[in-house]
Write a protein that binds this ligand. Structure first.
Ligand SMILES: CC(C)(COP(=O)(O)OP(=O)(O)OC[C@H]1O[C@@H](n2cnc3c(N)ncnc32)[C@H](O)[C@@H]1OP(=O)(O)O)[C@@H](O)C(=O)NCCC(=O)NCCS
Length: 196
């Protein structure tokens, strides 16, 4: 599925579905984005542990092929991939929260030098639109409590649902906010937010 958006600076950005051939560019952007975003929040060892756990070729293949994570790639007209997002529906996870169908944003990363140009909004709006089209009524995500991206998500209509500390490896504990945004059956939230 492809969609094209015109951003504030009149730049055309295509959002397309990613596949196994995108694994090398996903790995490169993740490496750069993780060191830039988390270098002052978590240790180098923790960053490498998470890059290996989440972004090894085997892990990405598993996410795409077995775990039904959909990857969206943000691409400029010259073919440069500037960022990516991944999301999927959390089967059976919604009942306790009173939400009928819950989707989760797993990843959202841009090349660090290209932040602040509207690419992040374009990607998250594409995720929201696709989740609304497939009938999900809430989108949730986990974000490090020290990550400035918390303010970005609030700007996109997400609010903090709870704090969560999760051990993801020996001595490696993630200190996250779980954030959520109600989705609209009519897709109204994305129609409004795509107008910039
Ligand atoms: C978070 C991220 C995806 C945002 O994408 P972006 O392209 O830089 O953001 P946009 O240019 O689309 O900004 C959209 C709005 O959010 C605001 N915003 C973006 N980053 C912000 C920040 N760090 N603090 C406060 N507001 C922020 C912008 O000012 C803008 O507001 P406006 O609509 O009123 O103009 C991007 O900065 C990024 O890749 N960060 C590093 C990786 C990361 O932390 N990912 C999240 C992991 S959970």
């Amino acid at each position: 599925m492809e969609s094209a958006q015109v951003l504030r600076n009149d730049e055309a950005l295509a959002i397309r579905t990613g596949d196994l051939s995108d694994i090398p560019v996903i790995q490169r952007i993740a490496r750069e984005a993780w060191h830039a975003a988390y270098g002052e929040i978590i240790s180098e060892e923790f960053i490498c542990h998470e890059l290996d756990r989440e972004y090894s070729e085997a892990a990405l293949k598993d996410q795409m092929s077995e775990s039904a994570h959909t990857f969206l790639m943000a691409e400029l007209a010259d073919g440069t991939v500037v960022g990516f997002a991944s999301y999927g529906e959390l089967a059976g996870a919604a009942e306790s929260s009173g939400v009928k169908r819950l989707a989760k944003l797993y990843k959202l990363y841009l090349l660090p030098e290209l932040k602040g140009k509207g690419y992040g909004s374009a990607l998250i709006n594409a995720v929201i639109a696709r989740c609304e089209q497939s009938g999900c009524d809430q989108l949730c995500l986990s974000v490090n409590r020290g990550n400035p991206a918390v303010a970005f998500y609030q700007r996109q209509g997400f609010s903090v649902l709870k704090e969560e500390d999760i051990e993801v490896g020996p001595g490696f504990v993630r200190h996250d906010y779980v954030m959520g945004k109600p989705l609209s059956e009519t897709g109204a939230s994305t129609q409004r937010e795509n107008i910039r």
